[in-house]
Ligand binder design. Structure first.
Ligand code: ADP
Ligand code: ADP
Length: 221
C-alpha cells in the first residue's frame, strides 16, 4: 500500500500587512490505487493544497505523511519518479522539444533509453506524435497541457497530483487524459486531481469539496 494523508493542514499567505488563510485545517487521505477529485470555487485552497503535497510550500501547521515505500519521507524530498505534478501553469521547459519535455524525468533519472518507448506511446496516445519535434511556443495551450500530463505519467509515479489537467481540452482529448489518469490509479498510484470537469468527477473514486480553506465534504460517487 501507499498513498498519503494530511491532518490539520494550515497555510497562510501574507498579502501586504494582512495574512490570508489559504488552508484552515485540511484533513484528507488518498490511498494507493485511488483517484480522488478535488472540487471547490476559485480561491478555496485547491492549488495551495497541491503545493503542500508536492513540497513547493511548507505547512504552517499540521502533518503530511506518505505511506508504503514513501513512508517517512518529507514532501520536499519527493520528486520524480515517486511523485509527479501537473501544475496549472504546466511548467514546460521552453528550449526542449515537446518529446524532450516528456522525456525530462527519464533524463534526470538516467533511464532515457528504457523509457523512450513509453514516452512515444504517451505522445501517440495523446495525439501529439506529429508534434514531437516542436517547441512549447509552437504548440497550443491544449497540446502543452497534454505534454505536461504525459511527462507526469512517464515514470509511473506513486503519487500523481494534477491541477485542472483538462482545462484546455476538448471532450475527446479530455477523455483520453482521464483514461490515462484512471489507469495510473488502477496501477496503484494515489491520484489527486483538482478539477471543475464533471467528466473527471465521474471517473474518480471519490470527490472531495473544498471551501474557504477547508475540505467540507467528501462523498463516494
Ligand atoms: P484555488 O486553487 O482553489 O483557486 P488557491 O490555493 O490558489 O485556491 O488560493 C487560496 C487562497 O490563497 C486565495 O485566497 C488566494 O488568493 C490565496 N493565495 C494563493 N496563493 C497565494 C500567494 N502566493 N500569495 C498570496 N496569496 C495566495
Ligand atoms: P487549441 O484548440 O488546443 O487551443 P489552437 O487553436 O491554439 O488549439 O491551435 C490549433 C493548431 O495550431 C494546433 O494543432 C497547434 O499545433 C497549432 N499551433 C498553435 N499555435 C502555434 C504556434 N505558435 N506555432 C505553430 N503551430 C501552432
Amino acid at each position: 500500500s501507499g498513498g498519503f494523508r494530511g491532518t490539520g493542514l494550515v497555510k497562510h499567505y501574507r498579502r501586504g500587512a494582512e495574512s490570508v488563510a489559504a488552508l484552515a485545517g485540511v484533513d484528507l487521505a488518498v490511498a494507493a490505487g485511488e483517484f480522488v477529485a478535488l472540487v471547490g470555487p476559485s480561491g478555496s485552497g485547491k492549488s495551495t493544497l497541491l503545493a503542500l503535497l508536492c513540497g513547493w510550500e511548507t505547512a504552517d501547521a499540521g502533518q503530511l505523511t506518505y505511506a508504503g515505500d514513501l513512508a517517512g519521507r518529507r514532501p520536499d524530498a519527493l520528486g520524480w519518479p515517486e511523485l509527479a505534478l501537473v501544475p496549472q501553469a504546466l511548467g514546460l521547459v521552453a528550449d526542449l522539444s515537446l518529446a524532450d519535455n516528456v522525456l525530462l524525468p527519464a533524463r534526470l533519472r538516467g533511464t532515457l533509453a528504457d523509457d523512450g518507448p513509453r514516452a512515444a506511446a504517451l505522445l501517440a496516445g495523446f495525439g501529439l506524435d506529429h508534434l514531437a519535434d516542436r517547441y512549447p511556443h509552437q504548440a497550443s495551450l491544449g497540446e502543452q497541457q497534454r505534454v505536461a500530463v504525459a511527462r507526469a505519467l512517464l515514470l509511473r509515479p506513486a503519487v500523481l497530483l494534477a491541477d485542472e489537467p483538462t482545462a484546455h481540452q476538448d471532450r475527446g482529448h479530455a477523455d483520453r487524459l482521464l483514461d490515462a489518469v484512471r489507469a495510473a490509479a488502477d496501477d496503484g498510484a494515489a491520484v489527486l486531481v483538482a478539477t471543475h470537469d464533471e467528466i473527471a468527477w465521474s471517473r474518480a473514486d471519490r470527490v472531495l469539496s473544498m471551501r474557504d480553506g477547508l475540505v467540507t465534504a467528501g462523498a463516494p460517487v
